[in-house]
Design a protein around this ligand. Structure first.
Ligand code: CIR
Length: 258
């Protein structure tokens, strides 16, 4: 029986100072963000995921975006070296959490940089975005970590959004979805479906045909429902102001041995 654990990390009091790169800064309501985060975690639990909280990192405004600090492949946790220096202190707590869950641990080392948001797994294919946060050395180190485990690493340029997964994610059948104006090279993906909203490109696979999607993408929700998926909607508006999306608030772990 595969494990269904999801790492999450509670937003800290400095959330509103989180980085913004491709959007204008807007005020973030931290109390509302905490409510939204709790509802997000509840949605994971309601669909069979056991949530595991990483120790909060209250000095790190972006720590809630826990996906960026680690990439899982099978039982191996690759601790990242975030492209933004202000985010590097986030990884220590995540490393501790994955080690406690029984993962083998590997690391991205200087001069490599890699954010988990730049890594999209579709079966054994691991797409990695080379963009503002992930550099060539980071891509090489990801290959070295995961190819011996059976991954096929495919590198994809990212220039229009923060991370690869800000541009594209994948449906349960492996079809990659994205909002065309934000995708550098849709032709790199063997099956690609265009969605009508930028935030409609972000889905978390909950299991079976169920998907988690942001409330800011109602037209995409309609499209995916019409295609036969079970769409579960969460409002993550306060995190979207900081370029966060549904994927980046958790790390789903399906192949733990412990
Ligand atoms: N994987 C993600 O999409 N992470 C979002 C990170 C947002 C954060 N404000 C940052 O710029 O690093």
């Amino acid at each position: 029986m595969p494990s269904k654990k999801a790492l999450i990390r509670r937003p800290g009091p400095r959330l509103a100072e989180g980085l913004v790169t491709h959007v204008e800064r807007e005020d973030v309501d931290v109390d509302l963000a905490v409510e939204q985060w709790e509802a997000y975690a509840q949605a994971l639990r309601a669909h069979g995921w056991e949530t595991v909280e990483v120790e909060p990192a209250d000095d790190c405004p972006d720590a809630v975006f826990v996906e960026d600090a680690v990439v899982m492949f099978r039982n191996v946790a690759l601790i990242t070296r975030p492209g933004a220096e202000s985010r590097r202190a986030e990884t220590a707590g995540v490393e501790e959490a994955v080690a406690r869950l029984g993962c083998s641990v590997n690391w991205i080392w200087e001069p490599g940089t890699l954010d988990g948001g730049d890594v999209l797994k579709v079966g054994d294919t691991v797409y990695v975005g080379r963009g503002g946060r992930t550099n060539a050395a980071g891509v090489q180190q990801l290959r070295a970590a995961f190819e011996p485990l059976g991954a096929r690493v495919v590198v994809v340029p990212v220039s229009r959004v923060l991370h690869l997964k800000s541009a594209v994610t994948a449906l349960p059948d492996g079809t990659v979805i994205g909002h065309i104006p934000k995708v550098d090279r849709p032709s790199l993906f063997p099956r690609f479906l265009s969605v009508p909203e930028e935030s409609g490109a972000h889905v978390v696979l909950l299991g079976g045909d169920r998907l988690l999607l942001a409330a800011s993408a109602p037209r995409t929700a309609e499209l995916l429902t019409d295609l036969g998926f079970g769409v579960v909607v969460v409002d993550i508006g306060e995190f979207e102001k900081l370029e966060g999306c549904v994927t980046c608030l958790s790390v789903r772990m399906r192949e733990l041995y412990a």
